[in-house]
Design a protein around this ligand. Structure first.
Ligand SMILES: NC(=O)c1ccc[n+]([C@@H]2O[C@H](COP(=O)([O-])OP(=O)(O)OC[C@H]3O[C@@H](n4cnc5c(N)ncnc54)[C@H](OP(=O)(O)O)[C@@H]3O)[C@@H](O)[C@H]2O)c1
Length: 407
């Protein structure tokens, strides 16, 4: 069996100070912020992950610690390379045993978050099949609790409030929603079978830090803004450097104030809203859950003040200094003649369109009980601008703003 390389595996324990957690998905968006949050709170973390593109896990984690300004906290982390699909996570018996005792808990954030049907097999593997090994570790290590990070979008699309209760099969928007729903049921079944206490945490759509605007991932909300920026820049370039013939032909022009008039219809099934929470709020709520987990409980980490798609379109216009976005509801996009800008945009964001037309509202009674006094930061224009300014400043993650460990 493969002996995965790691750094100081199993040397941490709770007597070193703080509590000891194991974390998967620490090289991803939510997981890296959780790792940083746990470290800042004085805890110790065993990161269970993998190497990528020739970079070992320990180096990836180090790069993330640098990004978070936590380079002095390296000794609070063990980076253990594992294969989540292998028995004993691909570790030798001896190495596996060093992972115990993980007394405080295991937080499982690793996930294939792609929507595409082409990824069904890998998605099933990592989102569902991999649960067996990690829950078994929770049992073997006597972990205080297994925390599964799911998504609010396992909830059914219904006009009533989506309760913090198990989700069932339905027509899913994509393979990701389907696998996360299967995974929740599997977590409940495995944890019950192995007598492992567990919680299920369901965030809605997460964006960067509301206070600093920083982020190390630029998908979901960012993806739309980036697509609009790309289209805007094509036409600005045409107007400023090539006489603007192409733009004029498409009814696009720059006004005296420097605003680009860019007619662009976005085709969505119905008027909707986007439920957004900042990553700092996700970490704050997780801290409360980790501090007082109630087994079998589902926690919605969602906003009670989602932004309507119109509001967000307005934010994009203001930020990018464009005018002309129009939301077209209920019309079949494929049957409508679109201008080139619309064609590009609607094609780029097609997988995300259901989330622009979402009408779900989320009950979060379980979460509220734990987080009294912790309000959800609202996605105001000021927050939006802060986050997007940061994204632009690091060229949406393609310059050095993105930690190499996250590549
Ligand atoms: N981001 C959101 O807005 C959002 C909203 C709701 C729920 N969630 C949930 O939050 C969790 C984390 O999401 P995220 O946005 O942070 O995702 P992400 O940035 O895509 O990170 C995914 C993590 O999973 C790991 N992973 C994926 N496939 C793996 C495999 N085969 N073996 C080992 N590790 C693997 C990745 O490791 P590598 O770096 O090695 O690839 C990475 O650490 C997921 O469960 C997701 O469903 C996220």
């Amino acid at each position: 069996m493969r002996e995965a390389s790691d750094r100081g595996a199993g040397t941490l324990n709770e007597t070193d100070g703080g509590r000891l957690f194991a974390l998967t998905g620490a090289t991803g968006f939510l997981g890296s912020h959780l790792m940083a949050g746990l470290i800042r709170a004085g805890h110790r973390v065993v990161v269970l992950g993998r190497s990528r593109n020739g970079t070992g896990l320990a180096d990836r984690v180090d790069a993330l610690l640098d990004w978070f300004g936590l380079e002095s906290c390296r000794e609070r982390i063990d980076a253990v390379e594992v294969d989540l699909l292998e028995p004993r996570l691909g570790l030798s018996r001896r190495r596996y045993d060093t992972l115990c005792p993980l007394t405080a808990g295991i937080i499982h954030c690793a996930s294939d978050t792609r929507f595409s049907e082409r990824c069904r097999r890998e998605s099933m593997d990592i989102n569902v099949a991999a649960l067996h090994g990690i829950v078994t570790l929770a049992r073997d290590a006597g972990a205080g609790c297994f925390h599964y990070v799911s998504t609010a979008y396992v909830c059914p699309t219904s006009p009533s409030l989506c309760a913090e209760v198990p989700a069932g099969p339905r027509a899913f928007a994509n393979v990701y929603e389907e696998m996360k729903t299967l995974a929740e049921a599997e977590v409940a079944a495995l944890c019950s079978r192995h007598a492992v206490p567990y919680t299920i945490v369901r965030p809605s759509i997460v964006y960067g830090d509301s206070a600093t605007g920083r982020s190390n991932r630029f998908n979901a909300l960012y993806y739309h803004v980036r697509a609009l920026q790309l289209i805007r820049d094509i036409y600005l370039n045409d107007i400023e450097h090539h006489g603007g013939l192409r733009s004029r032909g498409a009814g696009i022009h720059l006004d005296d104030e420097g605003t680009l008039h860019l007619p662009l219809r976005i085709f969505i099934p119905r008027r909707g809203q986007v439920n957004l929470i900042p990553v700092d709020h996700f970490v704050a709520v997780m801290a409360e859950i980790l501090g007082d987990p109630r087994t079998g409980t589902i926690y919605h980490v969602t906003s009670d003040a989602p932004r309507t798609t119109e509001e967000l379109a307005g934010y994009c216009e203001r930020f990018l200094r464009i005018r002309g976005i129009e939301l077209v509801c209920g019309e079949e996009m494929d049957r409508t003649v679109q201008n080139p800008a619309e064609e590009v945009f609607n094609k780029l964001v097609k997988p995300y369109l259901p989330y622009l037309a979402d009408t779900r509202r989320f009950d979060r009674r379980n979460t509220a009980k734990l987080t009294a006094g912790l309000s959800t930061p609202e996605m105001t224009y000021a927050v939006f601008e802060r986050c997007m300014r940061y994204a632009v400043s690091v060229n949406w993650g393609s310059t050095n703003g993105r930690p190499p460990g996250a590549m």
